[in-house]
Design a protein around this ligand. Structure first.
Ligand SMILES: [Zn+2]
Length: 281
């Protein structure tokens, strides 16, 4: 669930609170949470936090001594800062950074699967790490013209979520962006005309920027387990379209839902629900 606006507000809030804090100890209790072994986590002991930043949907915690933690929250992770230490019973913690001032930074994960991960890297090696090296341009605040990005027969819903094409958009915000641009999720990238590409770019910048403005107003520390995402279309099937009042529809996939307005986006056509058609076979 955390996409560009959610990761950005996390980086801003925790970055401002952590700057200058010194690390006492670091543990990675989660199974497979830590993806690197050199340098060892113990090298962070005594290091000072310089700040937090975001790249795509990744968080980067920079320390002095040229060390950086690269964090990916995946679908159910949260980076949270606490004034008190976690008890031994906190099984959601994948990474625990204890600070000398008594606070604790935790990577927690909600859900059955443990997929969130952390890498400890030398800061100058970050850009070469496989997670970041092939990322596309940032979707916000100033992506390049979309005509350059979309020249592919793949559908827009898949292209916009491909982090190598453009980075920061996932399953929630893609629905909002395509609805704002009044484009079908199944329209092929190479069928998008220049005017539509420009509309899609504007919708992307606007929707992600509005979400971030919303979080700036309502999110303070500690970052809540569930962020108040200002979604108007995603998972709102059955409700009226916020633009035209038609009933929003959805296509269900195995582990996600694609929501859209038939009147605004698909010339009135209701797309086949693959879950239903599979059940009916
Ligand atoms: Zn509509």
């Amino acid at each position: 669930m955390p996409e560009l606006p959610e990761v950005e507000i996390t980086a801003r809030r925790i970055g401002a609170a952590l700057e200058g804090a010194r690390v006492e100890s670091v543990q990675a209790p989660g199974i497979n949470a830590l993806k690197t072994y050199d340098p060892p986590l113990s090298e962070l002991e005594g290091a000072t936090v310089l700040g937090l930043r975001r790249r795509g949907k990744h968080l980067i915690v920079d320390f002095d001594d040229e060390l950086s933690l690269l964090v990916h929250l995946m679908s159910a992770g949260r980076l949270q800062l606490y004034d008190k230490r976690a008890g031994p019973r906190d099984r959601t913690s994948r990474l625990l950074v204890r600070l000398e001032d008594g606070r604790e930074l935790r990577l927690r994960e909600f859900g059955s699967r443990q997929r969130a991960w952390v890498k400890l890297l030398r800061t100058d090696e970050l850009d070469d790490d496989e997670a970041l090296a092939d990322l596309g341009p940032e979707a916000w605040p100033d992506p390049p013209p979309f005509e350059e990005l979309l020249g592919s027969p793949r559908p827009l819903h898949s292209l916009l979520r491909d982090q190598h094409v453009i980075t920061g958009i996932g399953r929630s915000w893609v629905d909002e962006i395509l609805h704002a641009a009044q484009l079908s999720p199944f329209k092929r990238g190479d069928d998008v005309v220049p005017l539509e590409a420009e509309r899609l770019r504007e919708a992307t910048v606007l929707r992600l920027g509005d979400a971030l403005e919303h979080y700036e107003e309502v999110v303070s520390l500690p970052i809540p387990d569930k962020l108040p995402m200002p979604l108007t279309v995603h998972r709102r099937q059955g409700e009226p379209c916020p633009r035209c009042g038609a009933t929003l529809e959805a296509v269900h996939y195995e582990d996600y839902v694609m929501s859209y307005c038939p009147a605004c986006q698909t010339e009135g056509r209701v797309l086949k629900d693959r879950r239903l058609s599979r059940l009916l076979k």
